[in-house]
Design a protein around this ligand. Structure first.
Ligand code: ZN
Length: 64
């Protein structure tokens, strides 16, 4: 089945996956705004958000 809207491939967390992806803003705060945006499917994005949430928890949790 073809979709009229352009289909974007998911960039995945550890590598590309086969799911159709959407452009989404992740919870990072890069100065370069473009890097805060990822093309991911629902599953990978959720995984990605958790990954970053853990990273921030580490950064804020003890060492600073
Ligand atoms: Zn994916």
């Amino acid at each position: 089945m073809k979709d009229e809207s352009e289909t974007v491939c998911c960039q995945g967390v550890d590598g590309p996956c086969a799911e159709p992806a959407k452009l989404r803003r992740q919870n990072t705060s890069y100065n370069d705004e473009e890097r805060n945006w990822v093309k991911m499917c629902d599953g990978c994005f959720e995984h990605n958000q958790k990954h970053w949430a853990d990273m921030w928890a580490d950064l804020n949790g003890g060492r600073l």
